[in-house]
Design a protein around this ligand. Structure first.
Ligand code: SF4
Length: 327
């Protein structure tokens, strides 16, 4: 493995927090009647993108609740802003981001093949956490969290040659065998399609007022063990990512983690709003003797393989150095 740790400078845009699922640990999701429920408008999003570009970001992470269209009030909101479906709106947002000079990375939950196909030319990479291959109480009432459904979306991404981010959520009721099975499933998908650029090993953090508020976070030992196993199971070309705002990454890096994910100088972590991103100098301190290297939302090997559209070519060329990292 290389003797450096990577990260990406990004802008985090939570386009909607309306979601058909109801995960036991989530504080992001809102019912449409909740005063904090939202569908962000283009006029609201554009200045956030411009500010991120000015701050040196290369990626915009667009996140969504899953298939919000299954919630009637959301459909009305979408119609009011001039769109008949979410995918058309995502495509529009991606085009705005590309014009501003940011590479889109969309995570909109499970999607079908046609939806992924529409998004591919406008995204440098896409993502969907597998979370686990186990059927857990945490996911009761969440049709999109059926493991086979998520694997299908990851498979579509492979078939479409979309550089892809997935990962495990650790500590939501799964056991060690479940973690191993989840990693083996990801390794199998990568063996078939070669499209998994990074696997996030994310520690569950309990939040007040959720069903899982009293569940403990995984211990540091469990996280270290999972990363050692992940490094054993996953091919070397897949980066292992940990979230530096959720856990001190240093010991996990010793176990094989080599990426710190997207860190934003201008926006908060909307999924874990109570956990502040470290600054880039903070990241440097965290990795101590290791070198910190900035990457784009598309990893160097996929730039070399040309797994991006003509629409993104000029922007990628302008942002990447000759090795495929940030210029
Ligand atoms: S799918 Fe995501 S946004 Fe929806 S309830 Fe689950 S964790 Fe929350």
């Amino acid at each position: 493995m290389d003797n450096f740790v990577t990260f990406c400078r990004n802008v985090f845009v939570p386009v909607t927090n309306v979601c058909r699922n109801n995960c036991g640990y989530c504080t992001f999701r809102r019912d449409p009647e909740d005063s904090q429920a939202k569908l962000m408008k283009r006029e609201e999003i554009t200045p956030i993108l411009e500010q991120g570009k000015k701050a040196g970001c290369t990626e915009v992470l667009f996140t969504f609740g899953e298939y919000a269209e299954e919630v009637p009030q959301y459909k009305e909101w979408l119609t009011e802003i001039g769109y008949s479906n979410t995918i058309d709106y995502i495509c529009e947002l991606c085009k705005i981001a590309i014009d501003i000079g940011l590479l889109p990375h969309t995570n909109a939950g499970v999607l079908n093949y046609t939806e992924m196909e529409e998004l591919k030319p406008l995204n440098a990479s896409m993502g969907l956490m597998l979370e686990t291959t186990a059927n857990l109480a945490a996911h009761e009432g969440s049709p999109g969290k059926v493991p086979s459904t998520r694997i299908k979306t990851i498979r579509y991404a492979g078939d479409l040659q979309i550089p892809f981010t997935t990962g495990l959520l650790i500590g939501i009721g799964e056991n060690l065998d479940d973690r191993i099975n989840s990693l083996l499933s990801i390794a199998d998908l990568h063996e078939e399609y070669g499209h998994i650029q990074e696997v996030i090993i994310q520690n569950f953090t309990p939040k007040p007022d959720t069903l899982m508020a009293d569940m403990p976070s995984p211990t540091e030992e469990e996280m270290m063990q999972t990363i050692l196993i992940a490094r054993e199971i996953l091919p070397d070309d897949i980066a292992i990512q940990v979230a530096p705002n959720l856990i001190d990454p240093y010991l996990l890096i010793q176990c094989g983690a080599n990426d710190l994910g997207g860190v934003s100088p201008t926006t908060i972590d909307w999924i874990n709003p109570e956990k502040e991103w470290p600054s880039v100098s903070g990241l440097k301190e965290m990795v101590r003797e290791m070198t910190l290297k900035e990457r784009l939302p598309i990893y160097p090997q996929y730039i070399k393989k040309g797994w991006y559209s003509d629409t993104l070519k000029n922007l990628i060329d302008s942002l990447a150095d000759e090795d495929g990292y940030r210029k």
